[in-house]
Design a protein around this ligand. Structure first.
Ligand code: AMP
Ligand code: ZN
Length: 444
């Protein structure tokens, strides 16, 4: 089946042709780890996980390399680390490590709870300073970068096609977000490759003094390190098109004799909460961690996938409730692994630029085998566990156990009653005592 993907570079849906079908290569910009990730940050994680799973289905499990970086050096991280260090007499880089390892671990747990596979590699920026320094040195040698007041800057005027991804005019770019005006820049568009660090800030020795890399060069250097000069797919949220991805392209192409950095550029739309942009001041800033305390990960995952990835989406409690109801009906209908099948219409929808809403609609129409196969391809992990449990449960035996437990309770032998309850719990069966008597369900 032909996979078609919307390429931001061409603004069209294109047939996906990998450079080497033996190893399809994808890079996605990962989190800056200093705090809990919000539900908007979960969107690229889920979207590109579905693409990763689809590619594994189409090309084979061992034939897809997915790299997602961890930004563990950044001014916000440094500020948090300084606060955290307080009066302790330890090197600042150690505190950065502490902070980013803790936050990174929570991120891994939260994203795993949403049913995402770990990427093939998750490189940390601080462990790849050398490839970054090497790339910057190359850019300087080639005349694409210059030094000014301890900084190394990329000279945007040295790259004739700068702006080709975002298709912005220079004026729009200057007025755009995250462009820093500084006196040492030849042009306000020039961006930092390396900046000096004072003693209180983490830094590494380099040909330009002790300093740290800029954000954009991280991705260019690490994607080259793991995936080569040109790879297949580069992804991230739509806010990264400019300046982050524009700058990644400029650096990588300039360093690689103008070879393309990636052939397909994919961007997910933004997520709002209850109709508003998420922000701490509006009080609608929702972390993945908080949501997972109240909602099963599968519900959050389904809620994410009910919108097409390129559309803006509105994250609401109403939507999560609907998604939960849908999953419950699927749990009841789906069958064990033995009878999985990937439906043609379902797969065609996914291959049409990851049309997950359409794919989900096809699951409703398809057979039970196709429902089970589709849920599993989409990464609904708990569903599979619950379905497996369902298949191994002997309902007659549970009914007999419930009878024995009720008899024990009547005889005030609570020890025996608890033993029976715990025995069932160990098999994943939860008993619920209500006015109608005792019912049971498979633990989620
Ligand atoms: P950041 O840590 O801010 O660099 O974001 C990590 C990833 O989440 C990037 O791919 C962003 O584009 C994406 N992202 C951030 N906020 C949202 C949002 N509200 N909706 C969708 N994606 C987002
Ligand atoms: Zn990046």
């Amino acid at each position: 089946m032909t996979l078609r993907l919307y390429n931001t570079l061409s603004r069209t849906k294109e047939e996906f042709v990998p450079i080497d079908p033996e190893i399809v290569r994808m890079y996605v910009c990962g989190p800056t780890v200093y705090d809990f990730a919000h539900i908007g940050n979960a969107r690229p994680v889920v979207v590109f996980d579905v693409l990763f799973r689809l590619l594994r289905h189409l090309y084979g499990e061992d034939h897809v390399a997915y790299v997602r970086n961890i930004t563990d050096i950044d001014d916000k991280i440094n500020a948090r680390a300084l606060e955290r260090r307080g009066a302790r007499n330890v090197p600042i880089l150690d505190v950065v490590r502490e902070l980013t390892s803790e936050t990174g671990q929570i991120y891994d747990e939260d994203t795993a709870a949403l049913g995402n596979l770990p990427p093939t590699r998750t490189p940390r920026a601080t462990e790849h300073i050398l490839p970054m320094v090497t790339m910057i040195a190359k850019l300087v040698a080639l005349g694409h970068a210059y030094m000014a007041e301890g900084h190394v800057l990329f000279d945007v005027s040295s790259k004739a096609d700068y702006g080709k991804l975002s298709r912005r005019s220079l004026d729009e770019m200057v007025a755009g977000a995250r462009v820093e005006v500084a006196p040492y820049k030849r042009s306000p568009m020039d961006f930092v490759l390396w900046k000096p660090s004072d003693v209180a800030t983490p830094g590494w020795e380099s040909p330009w003094g002790r300093g740290r890399p800029g954000w954009h060069v991280e991705c260019s250097a690490m994607s080259e390190f793991y995936l080569g000069e040109t790879f297949d797919i580069h992804g991230g949220g739509i806010d990264l098109v400019f300046p982050h991805h524009e700058n990644e392209i400029a650096q990588s192409e300039a360093a690689h004799r103008e070879h393309a950095m990636a052939n397909y550029w994919l961007h997910n739309g933004f997520l709002n909460v209850e109709g508003e942009k998420m922000s701490k001041s509006l009080g609608n800033f929702v972390t993945i961690h908080e949501l997972l305390a109240d909602w099963p990960g599968d519900v959050l995952r389904l809620n994410m996938l009910r919108s097409h990835y390129r559309q803006p989406m509105d994250w609401t409690v109403h939507g999560m409730k609907e998604s939960w109801g849908m999953l419950e009906r699927w749990y009841d209908a789906a069958e064990p692994i033995a009878s999985r099948r990937i439906g043609d219409a379902f797969l065609a929808a996914l291959c049409d630029d990851l049309n997950t809403p359409q794919a989900i609609a096809e699951l409703h129409k398809g057979s039970v085998e196709e429902l089970s196969g589709g849920l599993s391809l989409l990464g609904f992990s708990v569903v599979s566990e619950r379905i497996e449990a369902k298949s191994s449960v002997d309902a007659g035996e549970i009914t007999r156990d419930i009878g024995a437990r009720n008899a024990a309770r009547k005889a005030r032998d609570f020890k025996e009653a608890d033993r029976i309850r715990d025995k069932l719990l160990a098999k994943g069966i939860v008993l619920k005592d209500g006015p109608e008597g005792t019912t049971w369900e498979v633990k989620r």
